[in-house]
Write a protein that binds this ligand. Structure first.
Ligand SMILES: Nc1ncnc2c1ncn2[C@@H]1O[C@H](COP(=O)(O)OP(=O)(O)O)[C@@H](O)[C@H]1O
Ligand SMILES: N[C@@H](CCC(=O)OP(=O)(O)O)C(=O)O
Length: 378
């Protein structure tokens, strides 16, 4: 397969919100329980990103593997109820470990266990989204895993790569960084083929990637197959995916400085176009803003952000970050977007210039009601 040179390393340098997924193959010290020193090292790196103002959501595997060790089981069970029991025991260890290490940096963590249903049911999706967003706004580091104890086989993600991608979609993250036990995606499984060569960059939708990606090891679940699929999923909302070795020193720091490490899989269209298309596909709107003729014109003609000064009235009980519909004075649809203020606040801002926001609300979240990056003209 021809390696493609795709610009995009710079996109990682500019990333403001990143989902970092750490896989079982890395976390679990080859089956000997959690690799605490290594986890401490990744936590140090995430704390350093935090310091630079980058928001990080961690997706961490390891519950089943840690549970097996705690229960004294040598082999991974195949019965679902045993896996669920192991996950329940092991998740405790995982939570303690992260809490301890992030605590060294004065950072709070939050355990977020998600199921397939939480992300496919629209209402629960929005709830998960606003809870995660609130945590991130509070500068807490969410540590996400699948809620293995309550899921049945048919509705499992199984691997955490898919979960990581869906969380990247949920939070409109700039990048999904998948840390694993290999340097990246190779043109064949390097554990079985010593000649395998690393792919440095590619397109997330390149069908030939699926052909080179093989299954995982004994503790990991999905192998590269699910990582490549995850990259494709993440690209739907414009996120870049990097598959890289968690054992590279300072890997997160170096990636977010634009260094050419691991395998970078880029969204097929420009992140903004992908993100807007994804936004347009979000069906549920939580409220309606009625714009004046001037605001309608600037949205349509200049692709501007929506300011409160151009909004006449609103309806609905939306919260900050919800999707709202913008209509013209006759009620015709003009645009959809993610609103920066909740309904009560927005109501107080109607018709007001942005420089008055702070005086009216006592703080300013953003000068615009809907930023142009979060707005799709219909
Ligand atoms: N083309 C490939 N390039 C790199 N690794 C591959 C490839 N195909 C299969 N693999 C395997 O995928 C494994 C990583 O997946 P997995 O064990 O599921 O890890 P994790 O727990 O980090 O998700 C590697 O150890 C490697 O053996
Ligand atoms: N939810 C599972 C993780 C599943 C898993 O191992 O996924 P992955 O790290 O993607 O191979 C656990 O915590 O054990």
């Amino acid at each position: 397969m021809n390696e493609q040179r795709v610009p995009g390393r710079d996109a990682l340098r500019g990333a403001r919100r990143v989902v970092v997924k750490i896989g079982s193959a890395l976390l679990t010290n080859d089956g000997r329980g959690l690799d605490e020193p290594a986890i401490g090292g990744w936590v140090d790196q995430i704390a350093a990103l935090h310091q630079r103002g980058i928001e990080v959501v961690l997706v961490s595997s390891g519950a089943v593997a840690e549970g097996m060790v705690r229960l004294g089981w040598q082999a991974r069970p195949s019965a679902v109820h045993e896996l669920q029991a192991a996950a329940a025991v092991g998740q405790n260890g995982l939570t303690q470990c992260y809490e301890h290490h992030f605590g060294r940096h004065g950072l709070l963590t939050a355990q977020v266990l998600l199921t397939h249903d939480d992300l496919s049911n629209r209402k629960r999706y929005l709830n998960a989204r606003s809870a995660l967003r609130t945590l991130v706004d509070l500068r807490v580091v969410p540590v996400v895993n699948e809620n293995d104890t309550v899921v049945t086989d048919e509705i499992r993600f199984g691997d955490n790569d898919t979960l990581g991608a869906l969380v990247a979609n949920l939070l409109e993250a700039d990048a999904l960084v998948i840390l694993t036990d290999q340097e990246g995606l190779f043109d064949a499984d390097p554990r079985h083929n010593p000649e395998a060569r690393q792919i440095h960059e590619g397109r997330a939708d390149d069908p030939s990637l699926a052909a080179v990606a093989g299954g995982g090891g004994s503790l990991g679940r999905g192998g590269m197959v699910t990582k490549v699929q995850a990259a494709r999923l993440a690209a739907r909302s414009g996120a870049y995916t990097v598959i890289a070795s968690g054992r590279q020193p300072a890997v997160l720091e170096r990636l977010t400085r634009g260094e050419r490490l691991g395998t970078l899989l880029c969204p097929e269209e420009a992140p903004m176009a992908a993100r807007k298309r994804w936004l347009a596909g979000q069906l549920q709107v939580r409220g309606t803003l009625t714009l004046d003729a001037g605001a309608v014109k600037v949205l349509r003609d200049s692709g501007s952000s929506l300011l409160a000064v151009g909004v006449r009235s609103l309806s609905g009980q939306f919260r900050r970050g919800d999707m709202v519909l913008c209509v013209d004075p006759r009620g015709e649809r003009v645009a959809k977007g993610l609103v920066n203020y909740d309904a009560e606040e927005a109501r107080r801002l109607l018709g007001q210039p942005s420089h008055r926001i702070e005086a009216i609300l006592g703080y300013m979240e953003a000068p615009e009601l809907i930023h142009r990056d979060n707005l799709v003209v219909l």
